[in-house]
Design a protein around this ligand. Structure first.
Ligand code: NDP
Ligand code: OXD
Length: 321
């Protein structure tokens, strides 16, 4: 009970994730709140909140008293995969823990390409000692960030501290200190012409689906301090046309890519990405956050909602993120 109001039951509806871990975390954060695991009890009228990751389509529509959907991720494309999604508020993850981990990944990958990591690893494998004299300084490199949201802005700030020039692109115009900001369709061309390394932190929406395609790669700057542009995608696999990426790498339209996300996850063992010499691959691990840092704020929001307070980190259904 919270202030005399009965605490709503939580439904945990996860696909491709072990639930035990999250249930333990929920019991710790909300000892008094009952938790149901989908699919059992899905028509239970006492379920007020659903915490979801790729929930089974149609499941949430069967909850008569559902009040709020909590996405277990910052991205919500997995929630919108349900054509019968009920019209209740959707809250997404905005967490300092997640943001910092993503920025670590971005800085790691940018530095790896900037400091010629793939080249040196290949030389090591071949026992080749070749001293490069053409190492660029960070100030010679421009990193372009696609998506200047919670994650993009933090990554931009950390890259600035390293001395990189940073440009960014978003749907609506942004002002970010030390970052040259472009926006919308008109801003995309100048943005693409401005950078050497592109970091993608966009949400997957109908507008951004397969935005990373041949046409876009052709518009990227060729003056590249690294020879040809580098692409780093930690947003979603659905943002990328994978056949176009492989062709662009083979043709030299892209010099290298780091991919944390794929159209199909887990990635097929037969995928050419696994062994491509110009691909650095991680298994959707760019920002694997502490469960407690994700669950505790959700429970706080449930309590606040029951006290009549406004929800935060709400998803804009029209924008799709
Ligand atoms: P935000 O919603 O805070 O930011 C999204 C940014 O993308 C905003 O700047 C937004 O523009 C911009 N954007 C959206 N649509 C368009 C468009 N059509 N054209 C140009 N810009 C657009 O999201 P987060 O920063 O929190 O997260 C971004 C994504 O990162 C998530 O959606 C998720 O897919 C991914 N992610 C991946 C993880 C991983 O482990 N690989 C972990 C966590 C998240 P505007 O500012 O104008 O709204
Ligand atoms: C997220 C993710 O969206 O982990 O948070 O991909």
């Amino acid at each position: 009970m919270t202030n005399g109001i009965e605490s709503g039951r939580i439904l945990l509806a996860l696909t491709g994730m072990a639930p035990e871990f999250w249930i333990d975390e929920l019991h710790k954060a909300a000892p008094g709140r009952p938790v149901t695991l989908a699919p059992d009890g899905e028509v239970d009228p006492s379920i007020h909140y659903a915490i979801v990751w790729k929930q089974t389509p149609g499941l949430l529509a069967r909850l008569p008293n559902l009040k709020v959907i909590f996405s277990l991720g910052a991205g919500v494309d997995h929630v919108f995969g349900d054509p019968d999604l009920p019209d209740v508020p959707i809250v997404r993850v905005v967490s300092e823990n997640l943001t910092r981990r993503m920025s670590e990944y971005v800085v790691w990958q940018v530095l790896d390409h900037h400091r010629l990591g793939p080249r040196y690893r290949a030389q090591q494998a071949d026992r080749v000692w070749h001293e490069d004299r053409d190492q660029k300084a960070a100030a010679d490199i421009t990193v372009g960030i696609m998506g200047l949201g919670e994650l993009g802005r933090d990554a931009a700030a950390k890259l600035r501290v390293m001395g990189f020039n940073v440009t960014g692109w978003s749907r609506t115009q942004k002002q970010v200190e030390g970052v040259t900001c472009h926006a919308g369709d008109d801003g995309l061309g100048p943005f693409l012409a401005s950078a050497d390394i592109f970091v993608v932190l966009l949400p997957l929406t109908p507008d951004t689906h397969e935005i990373l395609n041949r046409d876009l790669f052709q518009k990227m700057s060729k003056r590249g301090a690294l020879g040809a542009p580098v692409l780093i995608n930690a947003g979603r696999g659905g943002l990328q046309n994978e056949a176009d990426i492989l062709a662009a790498l083979d043709e030299g339209l892209l010099s290298a890519v780091s991919l944390d996300v794929f159209q199909q996850e887990p990635l097929d063992p037969a995928s050419p990405f696994w062994s491509h010499p110009k691909v650095t691959l991680t298994p959707h691990a760019a920002a694997a956050s502490n469960p407690s840092s994700l669950i505790a704020p959700m429970v706080r929001q449930m309590d606040a909602h029951e006290r009549g307070e406004a929800l935060i980190n709400l998803v804009d259904r029209n924008a799709g993120y």
